[in-house]
Design a protein around this ligand. Sequence first.
Ligand SMILES: Nc1ncnc2c1ncn2[C@@H]1O[C@H](COP(=O)(O)OP(=O)(O)OP(=O)(O)O)[C@@H](O)[C@H]1O
Length: 348
Amino acid sequence: MLTLPNSPEHAISIRAKALTFEAPQSRILRERVRLVAPSDATVLITGESGTGKELIARLVHTLSERKDGPFVAVNCGALSENLIESELFGHEKGAFTGAAGERAGWFEAADGGSLFLDEVGDLPLSMQVKLLRVLQEREVVRVGSRQPRRINVRLIAATNVDLQAAVRAGRFREDLYYRLNVAPLAIAPLRERSEDIPVLTKHFLALYAGKLRIGVPVLTDAAQARLLAHPWPGNIRELENVIHYALLVSSGERIDAGDLHFTSLALPEPAAAPQPQAAGVATLEAALLALCEQGHPDLWLHIEETVYRVAYAFCEGNTVQTSRLLNLSRNIVRARLAQFDVRRETAA
Ligand SMILES: Nc1ncnc2c1ncn2[C@@H]1O[C@H](COP(=O)(O)OP(=O)(O)OP(=O)(O)O)[C@@H](O)[C@H]1O
């Protein structure tokens, strides 16, 4: 069991095998984490909300020489603008109204360890200048004081906004961007690494079944197909919630497609306008998903099977071409073809 240091009470301690890196992108990410963690380089983690940025930050800390020091996580987006400086750098007694006593900031609290600045793109420009200075000088000055204090902190920053676009728009300082982006770690959205879905599902099933003190239920084929088909705009956090809820509403022994409730509304805005053909596919998929959501999971499965059959026949039984045509990974296509018995039937 790998229990990460300083996890908030509600956070789930992570079993080493629970950190699933099945998809090719995830394996590359794990390798990068292993390479950058031991150095003291500032890390910038990028990824949509719920992709596991904090978890990766904790992993970087755990695999570094600072692992026995503190890991302090601060959500910059949640700090009020007028308190942010004293939160980060601390303050002296009487530095401002309400500062009854002196207080160390998060930088000092993380001394000897790592400071995780989540949503760093939300820092106001005035604070960005101060953060840059701290990174350059490696010392902080508490609000109301003139005395610099040396700090020995490894900074791990994360953002779910496009920081380069923020730099272009003048909302984020370019010099700070380069200071932070020494060791970049980009986490792919879950929809682009569907090989991770089955292993993560298994992990959350075991985790929440354990918490509920029930046996781990079996996922029906329809439920598995449904999980693979969902676009997961809320990423791993959404998958976790869907599995948790399914455990609460299912019969206990098995989870069917009807036990899966998706609360996400829409995917984030696409980076570029979709091609006409892709737009058609997306619209069709949305319509099918809507049908499925209205309680027709069998219909979904039937349509899905037909799509695989038609695509496989169209590609004259070539799995690689079928996976390209469907824009899915080869492993998934192989598994689905086998599940629908398409390959055996075609061979017969
Ligand atoms: N590889 C993984 N294995 C198991 N659980 C994971 C994995 N990655 C993320 N999770 C879980 O998914 C949830 C979301 O992860 P996390 O909070 O790290 O995402 P985030 O990208 O920091 O989100 P946000 O941008 O909203 O802060 C957490 O409960 C975390 O434990």
